[in-house]
Design a protein around this ligand. Structure first.
Ligand SMILES: *[C@@H]1O[C@H](CO)[C@@H](O)[C@H](O)[C@H]1NC(C)=O
Ligand SMILES: *[C@@H]1O[C@H](CO)[C@@H](O)[C@H](O)[C@H]1NC(C)=O
Ligand SMILES: *[C@@H]1O[C@H](CO)[C@@H](O)[C@H](O)[C@H]1NC(C)=O
Ligand SMILES: *[C@@H]1O[C@H](CO)[C@@H](O)[C@H](O)[C@H]1NC(C)=O
Ligand SMILES: *[C@@H]1O[C@H](CO)[C@@H](O)[C@H](O)[C@H]1NC(C)=O
Ligand SMILES: *[C@@H]1O[C@H](CO)[C@@H](O)[C@H](O)[C@H]1NC(C)=O
Ligand SMILES: *[C@@H]1O[C@H](CO)[C@@H](O)[C@H](O)[C@H]1NC(C)=O
Ligand SMILES: *[C@@H]1O[C@H](CO)[C@@H](O)[C@H](O)[C@H]1NC(C)=O
Length: 904
């Protein structure tokens, strides 16, 4: 703005009585008031707002004198602007350039230049004539005009300790005589009285250092700045005063005119409570009362903005004026409508102060000077207080719009920019182009709110996933304001957030084939920044390749192929259905720290690979690391007999090779199958109970017997579907009683003659299990290879030798040491007499069949069937109908031809 706010404090001393009248002219843009000894020009804000303004006074010769700060102080002008932008000029009716008639009616011409550029090149010029009258003047009028409150410099007080305040000193002007005698005649001169001594100067000299000294028809006018070199600070009853003690004189040969021009004005004396301003003015001001014994109070009045308030209005508006012997106290409620609030910025924070311009008029009479009118004009600004800024959220989700009001602000606060994300401050039109809508709403009391509307889709609105299918829409635009007219900037961040239930989570589909697991993740609207992890490994093309995976990401889908034996495939469960391999993919937040969602694909793979039950009783188990045991060291896996350790181990698993008669393997017969069971265990050091237990079983059946389904009994611990092994049986014909030599498969059919004994051996082939014992249940002969065909001829019945028919059966003991596992063999001899068929001896081919059972020789009695066999050295027991629980098989011989010797 073009004007300069004067920070000068002005003292005006007026002398001599007279009677005055009043006249008020006006123009459209400027309102002129005559208020006491001052004229006030109020500039219409509608016309002058946002313009640069300069004032000048026009003297009687038509010359323009710019009213700059120095000139204003010296000449009795004050220029100020209120919060609402209203500019005001106050002029003393006896100020410089005023044309005074009879010390009563005053005219002056004020020129106002206004324009849009600071240099006022294209300025419009407005001449405002002012005519006012004032009266009656009191013999002595002291007007104290207090502008902004400047800090009181320390030097001001330092050589003026309180105890040196003179109480009963002689009047200053008496002590000025020495200077007056020495002074130049016929010229107005002035003597300043200071504690450091006296200082006399000519009026021109006083002008040069900033004083305003002039005469009117009847008066001497002195104006002094509060900080003038000759001003002194004085404390009166605790209130600091600025005083200028001076005597102004005019000397002629035969006459001396000498006037006491002492002034004293309070600098402070204002205290504040939460809601009240208390202004205290002491009455006994020594420089004004020098040499005076008693004073008589005549009147105490107050007003605001130069307008006197009658007592009844005063109370109605909440002001309280009290006057006692020592003090005048004016109490002003903070917020009273005559004052106004003004914004300011301190440390980037919005503050306000309440400003009001009260004045006091104190009229007293004393025996020396008659009536004195002391007028104190004061501008009070309360200490700055932070302004609470309220953000009210009217966000409407269905309109997809953040809608907030921010406020309230005084009219001197202007929104100038918006910062979105890291855009830097954007001027409002730019922000509006981005979809932001910003406007103001006015309250009846003049304050305003900002309304800010941000569509959810605008740039800078972040959408963050919040569990439960929601998204947190957030943005924090920063509103940039300035406080006019100084344009002090401050910022208000407006954090906006709203939860919207519109999250679409990524979805995954998984499938498997023999070789691999597949996972296809379809992206949602919350996972743009989520990162795929497998365990602690961030998955990208490079890591995927090194893990053996295939990764494809086309922006909307993430497709992954993971071979079943690849690293980080975990085996979750090994059950009767097979082995469950699981692959887990996690999506983590962009820092890779918080897991947002995880997907797992599980596939059943055949357990074939895991257990191999060989006919000779060798079992090969591949134990795999299961899910939930990430720290397991597979080489520490053991079998039931803990001495049995893996034959080999990798990071992912271990392989055990052992025979069924070792490593704590147990054996049981169930539903005509035989089951070997063991467990793969993992123990933590010092713990008796295993932390990992994998049940394994080999289920053997004999020959072509039906495989019976095995169901693991204990669910909690994983187990491997029993491996299936075949126990092979053979029924062979020995060449003789020594059982050393047998007919080969290629030699059948073998021809044998009647009455020649046949030496048969039934054998459990391959098995290395020394505890198995083979028993024959029944043996019989048929004429066809089908063992179920008829006729049948009994050979062994219920495990016992058939002794009833012509073809008698004899069991032969298998000597220890002759074969590795004697109990795996049974030998019997059949004496071939006749196999009678329809009363005739059978001719042609004959086949032998046996049903065999395999028993656990260590627990014969545990198996009913095995325990009751009528076998050599065994007691034949009662026949049981229950033949379910043994391992049974059938075995048949090749064809034997019953030959006839020609001579018979
Ligand atoms: C003194 O007052 C006269 C009469 O009002 C005025 O014309 C003149 O400009 C003033 N001089 C100064 C220096 O203030
Ligand atoms: C009084 O203050 C004004 C402005 O603050 C300054 O220009 C002037 O020099 C000061 N006068 C003295 C005597 O310090
Ligand atoms: C949101 O705006 C719509 C349309 O203007 C209105 O019908 C609805 O009541 C508003 N909802 C809220 C919560 O203000
Ligand atoms: C935004 O909020 C303000 C204040 O409540 C309301 O007057 C205005 O209608 C709202 N605008 C929309 C578009 O919802
Ligand atoms: C939404 O985000 C904002 C800003 O980050 C946060 O202050 C607020 O707590 C969030 N709301 C929820 C429900 O997470
Ligand atoms: C991305 O891949 C998925 C399947 O992997 C497919 O359905 C989708 O159409 C692909 N999208 C694009 C843009 O290629
Ligand atoms: C059992 O048979 C397998 C092959 O079938 C052989 O590798 C293994 O050595 C045999 N074990 C014994 C103890 O003979
Ligand atoms: C044995 O077979 C019987 C009848 O078929 C069946 O009820 C039983 O559950 C089977 N036992 C086992 C352990 O499979």
């Amino acid at each position: 703005m073009g004007w300069c706010l004067a920070t000068r404090l002005v003292l005006v001393a007026l002398l001599a009585p007279r009677v005055w009248l009043q006249f008020v002219p006006t123009t459209g843009q400027v309102e002129v008031d005559c208020l006491g000894s001052l004229a006030r020009l109020k500039l219409n804000s509608g016309y002058f707002q946002h313009k640069y303004i300069a004032f000048a006074a026009i003297d009687k010769f038509g010359r323009a004198w710019p009213l700059d700060a120095v000139q204003a102080t010296k000449c009795g002008y004050t220029i100020s602007q209120d919060v609402w932008g209203n500019v005001e000029l106050r002029a003393s009716l006896i100020g410089c350039y005023a044309h005074l008639v009879d010390d009563q009616s005053s005219t002056l011409n004020i020129q106002i230049k206004t324009g849009r550029d600071p240099d006022l090149h294209d300025a419009a010029v407005l001449n405002v004539p002012v005519s006012c009258s004032y009266g009656p003047w009191q013999p002595r009028e002291i007007v104290s005009v207090r502008r902004n409150v400047p800090p009181i410099p320390d030097w001001f007080l330092q050589d003026q300790p309180e105890d040196r305040v003179p109480q009963d000193q002689p009047e200053d002007w008496e002590s000025a005589f020495t200077e007056v005698q020495a002074g130049v005649p016929s010229i107005w001169q002035i003597v300043f009285h200071m504690d450091s001594g006296k200082k006399a100067m000519l009026v021109e000299e006083a002008h040069a250092v900033g004083y305003g000294v002039n005469t009117t028809d009847t008066r001497i006018v002195l104006r002094a700045s509060y900080n003038a070199s000759e001003a002194q600070k004085l404390e009166v009853s605790g209130v600091p005063f600025s005083t200028v003690r001076s005597s102004t004189y005019y000397k002629q040969r035969w006459m001396l005119l000498m006037v006491d021009t002492a002034v004293a004005c309070p600098i402070d004396g204002v205290t504040y409570t939460e809601d009240t301003i208390v202004w205290t003015i002491p009455k006994g001001i020594p420089p004004l009362l020098a040499g005076v014994g008693t004073i008589r109070d005549l009147q105490v009045e107050m007003g605001i903005n130069l307008k006197k308030l009658p007592a009844r209005d005063r109370e109605r508006q909440g002001y309280a004026l009290a006057s006692d012997k020592e003090f005048i106290v004016l109490k002003i409620p903070i917020g009273a409508p005559d004052g106004s609030y003004k914004s300011d910025v301190v440390d980037g924070k919005l503050m306000t102060t309440y400003q009001i311009k009260p004045f006091l008029e104190h009229l007293w009479e004393d025996e020396k000077r008659g009536i004195t009118k002391h007028t104190i004009l004061k501008e009070i600004s309360t200490p700055l207080r932070p302004v609470p800024v309220t953000i009210t959220d009217y966000t409407n989700v269905s309109l997809q719009l953040f809608n907030v009001t921010i406020g309230s602000f005084l009219p001197d606060v202007e929104l100038v920019s918006v910062t979105v994300g890291d855009s830097g401050p954007l001027p409002l039109p730019k922000a509006e182009k981005m979809g932001y809508k910003i406007y103001e709403t006015k309250h009846p009391n003049g304050s305003r709110d900002c309304v800010l509307q941000v569509p959810f889709a605008s740039p800078g609105v972040e959408k963050e996933y919040v569990p439960d299918n929601m998204r947190n829409y957030t943005t924090t635009p920063i509103l940039g304001f300035v406080v006019i007219p100084q344009r002090k900037p401050f910022d208000i961040p407006v954090p906006l957030s709203v939860l919207v239930r519109d999250a679409v989570l990524p979805k995954a589909e998984g499938f498997c084939d023999d070789q691999a697991l597949y996972l296809v993740v379809k992206r949602g609207n919350v996972d743009q920044d989520w990162l795929p992890f497998v365990g602690n490994t961030l998955l990208n093309q490079e890591t995927a390749q090194s893990l053996g995976y295939t990764l494809q990401d086309n922006g909307t889908h993430l497709a992954l192929r993971v071979p079943k034996h690849a690293a980080l495939v975990l085996y979750e469960e090994v059950s009767s259905l097979g082995i469950v391999a699981t692959f887990q993919l996690q999506l983590k937040d962009q820092l890779g720290q918080t897991e947002m969602i995880d997907f797992a694909v599980s596939c059943n793979f055949s357990p074939k690979d895991l257990i191999d039950c060989q006919p000779n009783g060798t079992v090969v188990i591949s134990a795999v690391k299961l899910l939930g045991f990430p720290d397991m060291d597979p080489s520490g896996l053991v079998l039931k007999d803990r001495r049995c350790r893996p034959a080999s181990a990798t990071e992912r698993g271990a392989t055990f090779i052992f025979t069924v008669n070792s490593c704590g393997t147990t054996r049981k017969f169930e539903n005509a199958t035989m089951i070997y069971e063991n467990e793969v265990l993992y123990f933590l050091p010092g713990q008796a109970a295993p932390v990992y237990q994998l049940k394994c079983a080999c289920q053997y059946f004999v020959g072509a017997a039906v495989l019976l389904q095995y169901t693991p009994v204990e669910v909690p611990s994983p187990s491997i579907l029993p491996g299936v092994g075949v126990l092979a049986l053979s029924l062979k014909l020995a060449r003789d009683q020594s059982y050393r030599d047998f007919y080969l498969d290629t030699e059948y059919p073998v021809t044998r003659y009647l009455r020649e004994p046949l030496y048969f051996q039934v054998e459990l082939l391959h098995s290395q299990d020394a505890q198995l014992e083979l028993f024959l249940e029944d043996c019989w002969a048929t004429s066809s290879s089908d063992r179920n065909s008829y006729p049948q001829w009994n050979v062994v019945v219920d495990s016992c030798e058939n002794t009833e028919d012509s073809h008698q059966t004899i069991f032969h003991h298998v000597p220890q040491g002759s074969v590795p596992f004697p109990m795996h063999l049974k030998r019997f001899e059949v004496k071939m007499f006749t196999f009678m068929l329809n009363g005739q001896a059978l001719q042609g081919q004959i086949y032998f069949h046996c049903s065999a059972v395999i028993c656990d020789s260590s627990y014969p009695s545990s198996d009913v069937l095995c325990a009751r066999r009528c076998i050599p050295r065994r007691q034949r027991m009662g026949r049981s109908t229950d033949s379910n629980s043994d391992l049974q098989g059938y075995v048949s011989s090749g064809a034997i031809v019953l030959g006839r010797r020609n001579h018979t």
